[in-house]
Ligand binder design. Structure first.
Ligand code: SF4
Ligand code: ZN
Length: 712
């Protein structure tokens, strides 16, 4: 037997033995009926569930899984068989990690790792992965002989926007080397035991179930999905033992190449198991093996500039300068100008710059005025560009941006200021990103940063406010009736191959990130891209929002997977879901209404299901009448479930969601049926989550849904 298969089987057999013993011990200690589940998932033990369809719920379900695991280890001299043994190791690791959760509901509490990754986090990764904002996933494990090399590799992945998972001592080495870690920084420590690697494996596996409509038990479909659609690879650091090698074989079975930093000589497997002993080449080789393309940086700064820094929080004590609308005038405005009014790449600071050597926080005014000219520029794109300022400034290491328009707050950290970050860099970033992302509509661009408080106020009053007001009026007037085109969005097809969103003025994409204006701009920017126009012709049923043109284009866009879709019904041919929806609504027949739950809410709903459980019933581009994913904003739309009676059907929402949509929802309710404070009639978890409690509340409030036609 070759050294390699020998090692794989050695590791798999060791893990199998360990798992079998641990399961026996756990059953002896807690009994077979003891619950055995991972937190915040609707997919049980995801690896076992996806590969075999078995739903592990108690310790008593595990011995049968151990038998399956053992059957995968044939000890035959054949690489394919050996890779199956690698999958056995994955199953073993999953069970061993599960047992940690059986013994302690929060086993990672005192660990420098997060352990099991919730379904909600995976759903939130959908959009950045499909847009290429996260171009790939790196799994880094082991202990580096040279910690400095490791740190620079992880920082490079971070800089390139990859999502990096750390397992083992590399966690402490990266932390000691100053790597900023956490989900927000796209560097996620999982745990120190090598078995913790399963927590990234199940992310890939659940992606197949959530987005790919892969059916539990379809192992071949699962492996095809992860190989073709999950751009992940593994880097190991330091010496590797048989367990790591067999886990690596599991990764290879899933289609993820493994790059080790020791010399494996003739035991390398081209394209799958590769030695790169010079760390200077690790990143390039890894990206190359998985064919991951990273967009070239448009701008160079004294600090990092990467999407990985988007969620970075700058605390008050670390702040050097702050531009905040509560203290000073602030605004951000993109405006279309005539050709000779714009001097390309002119960056001006009008007023004082951030002072050098100051002790406390310096508070300043800031009016950011971006003038653009382009032959194909349209006023409708101004707000699309303007909304991106938030993301772009956040990409700068040590800069935090929240809010938009005239209400925002920007903090610059002392550390980044000391490393040389200045206001002029804001101008460079904005200029470069606009010219990069909006190249097909913007020909010339200039940026003026007004810090003089008097001048900033003048910009706000005379230019920005009138423009915002005009845009709001335009948005108000944008209804599905007032336009003659809708748009498709098929961005999520890279994960959910048969999904297509239809985006209308009153119904944004279910991810919440694509409005009708965005889709229109996307089409204008790349006419052969993910958004295509649908002319509003061939109305079949106005109430349902059924159109021949919509059906035709959706059928085409989904390669025939979907023949009919309505815009306004959740019962008849509802829109499909990819999996990355912000909210899901589902019918609650007892109250003749609809329950809506957002991704962030982890508690129970009156349907007897959590968000994750509701969400697992739809996704992968499949129609599921009675359940539908949608964006937060859609809740206050006049078109929300319009075919079923509209927002009057909403009977329950988590409190946070209810509060956040209240102002807009109440306005819509007032306009549609004259009720004031409609949200006061909607139940939430602080009132009741059981159906009797909810019904009692609705009856007391005389909720309109109770008197409507039966919903089903
Ligand atoms: Fe995906 Fe739909 Fe959002 Fe497009 S609009 S990114 S297809 S969820
Ligand atoms: Zn999606």
């Amino acid at each position: 037997m070759s050294v390699l298969t020998d090692l794989i089987y050695g590791g798999s057999n060791a893990v199998a033995g360990l798992t079998e013993g641990a399961v026996k011990d756990a059953i002896a200690e807690f009994g077979a009926d003891k619950a055995a589940i991972f937190p915040d998932t609707a997919y049980f033990c995801p690896t076992i569930y996806a590969a075999t369809g078995v739903k592990v719920k108690t310790l008593g379900d595990l011995p049968a899984c151990v038998d399956v695991l053992k059957s995968l280890i044939t000890n035959q001299e054949d690489l394919g068989q050996a890779l199956n043994a690698g999958l056995a190791t994955a199953v073993g690791a999953e069970i061993l990690e599960l047992l940690k959760y059986v013994k302690n509901p929060a086993p990672y509490e005192n660990e420098a790792g997060i352990g099991f990754v919730s379904d909600a986090i995976i759903r939130s990764l959908g959009v950045p992965l499909v847009t290429g904002d996260i171009p790939g996933v790196a799994v880094v494990l082991g202990k580096a002989d040279n910690a400095e090399d490791l740190v620079s590799i992880v920082k490079e992945y971070q800089d390139k926007g990859l999502l990096t998972f750390l397992i083992g001592d590399v966690i402490d080495q990266a932390a000691a080397g100053g790597v900023k870690m956490g989900l927000d920084f796209r560097v996620i420590p999982l745990g120190h035991d090598v078995t913790a690697v399963i927590h990234v494996v199940t992310v890939a596996i659940r992606a197949a179930l959530i987005f790919g409509n892969v059916q539990p038990g379809d192992l071949a479909g699962l492996l095809k999905y992860t190989k073709e659609r999950v751009p992940a690879f593994v880097n190991t650091f330091g010496a590797i033992d048989s367990v790591v090698v067999s886990a690596g074989a599991g990764a290879i079975a899933l289609g993820f190449p493994v790059i080790v930093d020791i010399d494996l000589g003739e035991n390398q497997v081209p394209g799958a198991l590769v030695s790169v002993t010079d760390h200077a080449h690790t990143v390039a080789e890894s990206l190359n093996l998985r064919n991951i393309k990273v967009k070239a940086k448009a701008v160079s700064l004294p600090v990092s500039f990467a999407a990985a820094f988007e969620g970075e929080i700058i605390r008050k004590k670390d702040t050097y300068a702050e531009f905040w609308s509560e203290k000073n005038t602030t605004c951000e405005l993109v405006s279309t100008k005539k050709k000779d009014e714009v001097e390309d790449h002119k960056i001006t600071i009008d007023g004082p710059d951030i002072p050098e050597n100051s002790d406390g926080i310096t508070y300043m005014a800031l009016a950011t005025v971006i003038d653009v000219y382009g032959e194909r520029m349209q006023a409708d794109f101004e707000s699309v560009i303007e909304r991106k300022i938030h993301a772009w400034l956040n990409y700068i290491e040590g800069v935090m941006h929240t809010g938009q328009r005239n209400l925002f707050r920007i903090r610059i950290s002392r550390d980044s200021f000391e490393r040389g970050l200045r206001l002029k860099h804001f101008g460079e970033v904005l200029y470069s990103m606009i010219m990069d992302e909006f190249a097909s509509v913007v020909d010339k661009c200039q940026v003026t940063l007004v810090t003089d408080p008097v001048k900033a106020k003048k910009v706000l009053d005379e230019e920005a406010m009138p423009r915002y007001n005009a845009r709001d009026a335009r948005l108000e007037s944008l209804t599905d009736e007032s336009v003659d085109q809708f748009y498709t969005c098929i961005l999520c097809q890279s994960f959910a191959p048969s999904h297509c969103c239809v985006v209308t003025p009153e119904r944004l994409g279910l991810c919440g990130a694509v409005s009708w204006l965005d889709a229109k701009a996307t089409y204008e920017l790349s006419p052969n891209g993910p958004s295509q126009p649908i002319s509003k012709t061939g109305c079949i049923d106005e109430r349902l929002g059924a159109y021949e043109s919509v059906n035709e284009i959706v059928k085409d866009a989904t390669h025939g997977a979907l023949e009919r879709v309505t815009l306004y019904s959740i019962m008849e041919d509802p829109m499909t879901s990819c999996g990355c929806f912000e909210c899901i609504c589902g019918i609650f027949p007892e109250a003749n209404g609809l329950v809506i739950v957002n991704r962030e809410y982890t508690g129970m709903t009156p349907t007897g299901m959590t968000f994750g459980e509701l969400a697992s019933m739809t996704g992968g581009g499949v129609q599921t009448p009675g359940f539908m994913g949608h964006g937060r904003h859609f809740i206050s739309s006049k078109k929300f479930a319009a075919a079923e009676g509209g927002i009057e059907r909403i009977v329950w929402m988590p409190k946070e969601l209810k509060d956040s949509v209240a102002a807009r929802l109440n306005k819509t309710a007032k306009e549609l049926f004259g009720t004031d404070n409609f949200t006061d009639m909607i139940c939430d978890e602080t009132i009741a989550t059981d159906s009797e409690g909810v019904l009692a509340f609705l009856t007391e409030k005389n909720h309109p849904a109770l008197g409507m036609e039966p919903i089903m």
